[in-house]
Design a protein around this ligand. Structure first.
Ligand code: SF4
Ligand code: SF4
Length: 333
């Protein structure tokens, strides 16, 4: 069983990964946001929606660490140390244990016992925590919204954050009576969580450290991508592809890249919708960022937002308004 001291030590030099499985409308994404808001260190969360409708399965991912340098990846969590399942019907529908390492914690909103859950998911190498969050939600909140309640079970087994820290995050997010009822429900969940501890802790170093690394995929610049994404050009349908269009004239910002600061992580290349991040093959035979193509950069600022080291900045294209005739020469408004 994990202890608060052990978890604090792990977080100094590792990332703890979490995954939430819910149905659209159950608040799985809010639960993942609350984890980041309640955590004392650094964190990031991402949602993944399938069909965008109430009741469809959703996933959301959380990465937490006390070490800011380790919170870099924006991709989905593939190796979750903790998985929370807000809706028990998902157990038979989704492989909720996918990627979980031995000793990981599976937390399920269910009235079934822990051994039954192990059998249902076909894994005997996982620790299981169960909580009848639906009942607590109906009793305390009057609605079947279990997202904050499952976090009570998470506190009980993970020690990632405390009840006080989660209560602060809840009070920031919800108002008055709703916040109070959610905190009351979380307290009840901490007390009522049933734990089946197999005596093995997860290896938190798995999929935890993502060091700066040279991308070896050979990411090309737009000139090497003749038919892809927005550049697609089928001359039998439309006469020109968008590589012919000066999308760079659309935006109001000049986007500026600082080569000295850039660490060549390539995140801007992935996110640019217009293949305007230029890359060149260096003497080391690897691709390196080499600039921003102003003919195609439409100033969406995605790259500026994602750059982890602020190597991209912006400057207004348009200077201050000028009068055709200076005032001192008789110009009037
Ligand atoms: S501002 Fe947008 S279009 Fe321009 S380089 Fe960045 S991501 Fe690409
Ligand atoms: S500009 Fe920023 S996001 Fe783009 S490669 Fe350089 S460090 Fe990465």
């Amino acid at each position: 069983m994990l202890t608060p001291e052990h978890v604090k030590e792990v977080l100094k030099d590792n990332v703890i990964n979490l995954r939430f499985h819910a149905r659209g409308g159950q608040g799985g994404v809010t639960a993942s946001n609350l984890c980041v808001e309640a955590f004392y260190g650094y964190g990031i969360c991402q949602p993944k929606f399938g069909a965008e409708r109430m009741g469809s399965p959703t996933e959301s991912y959380v990465r937490l660490s006390a070490n800011e340098d380790l919170i870099r990846s924006n991709e989905q969590v593939y190796v979750p140390h903790f998985v929370a399942v807000l809706d028990p019907s998902l157990l038979g529908e989704i492989d909720v244990t996918a990627g979980m390492p031995k000793g990981g914690w599976l937390i399920v909103n269910t009235s079934l016992d822990q051994i039954s859950i192990q059998q249902t998911v076909g894994r005997s190498d996982l620790n299981i925590a169960t909580i009848d969050a639906t009942r607590i939600a109906l009793d305390v909140l009057g609605r079947n919204i279990t997202n904050t309640i499952i976090l009570g079970a998470l506190i009980r087994v993970s020690y990632i954050f405390t009840l006080d820290e989660l209560s602060d995050a809840i009070m920031m997010r919800f108002k008055g009576e709703i916040a109070g009822k959610n905190i009351e429900a979380i307290k009840q969940a901490i007390e009522e969580t049933c734990i089946y501890d197999i005596g093995i802790d997860p290896d938190f170093s798995i999929d935890s450290k993502v060091p700066w690394q040279q991308v070896e995929l050979g990411l090309p610049g737009y000139k090497e991508v003749d038919k892809a994404g927005v550049w697609y050009c089928d001359e039998s349908v439309i006469p020109v592809g968008s590589d012919q269009i000066n999308t760079g004239s659309w935006g109001e910002w000049d986007v500026i890249w600082d080569k000295e600061i850039c660490t060549d992580c390539a995140q801007c290349w992935y996110i640019c919708p217009d293949f305007a991040i230029l890359r060149e093959k260096g003497e080391d035979n690897l691709w390196h960022m080499s600039g921003i193509d102003s003919f195609h950069c439409k100033s969406c600022l995605n790259c500026l937002e994602i750059c982890p080291v602020n190597a991209i900045s912006k400057k207004l294209k348009q200077g201050p308004a000028a009068c055709a005739v200076p005032e001192e020469q008789g110009g009037h408004n």
